[in-house]
Design a protein around this ligand. Sequence first.
Ligand code: 4NP
Length: 147
Amino acid sequence: MTTTILFVCLGNICRSPAAEAVLRHHAPDLRIDSAGTSGWHVGEPPYGPMQQAGARRGYDLSPLRARQFAAQDFDRFDLILAMDADNLRTIEALRPAGRDTPVRLLTDYGPERADHVPDPYYTRDFDGTLDLIETCVAGLCADLTGA
Ligand code: 4NP
């Protein structure tokens, strides 16, 4: 069974910390982390409006701090889940030779019409993004437990 999961977005202050908090809520025993392909917000807590949207649904994002994705993450996690195709390409470009850690889109576990998690830093639709993350994380949990 997959036990260590890394969520990756661009800034690590909106989508991937939200996904981290949602999965932790459902699966407190899994080792879960998140990272950004950029280093723009390293050390910062999740974006305020994202924290607030999460808190309204019972997800505590406040302890999280942004970090940048690194090639060593291929050794540290069983599954890496990107929020969009740009993230996925950046991650794959850092894959060390010989590592076969799967990198997938989070939306692979969600409704067929979704091919990326929209970035609420730009759309401002924090609840819409959380809706999609919740649906995809439920699909991920079903996949992990073989349901
Ligand atoms: P995220 O959203 O990738 O979901 O964390 C972003 C947050 C900040 C920026 C871009 C995306 N930014 O340009 O600062």
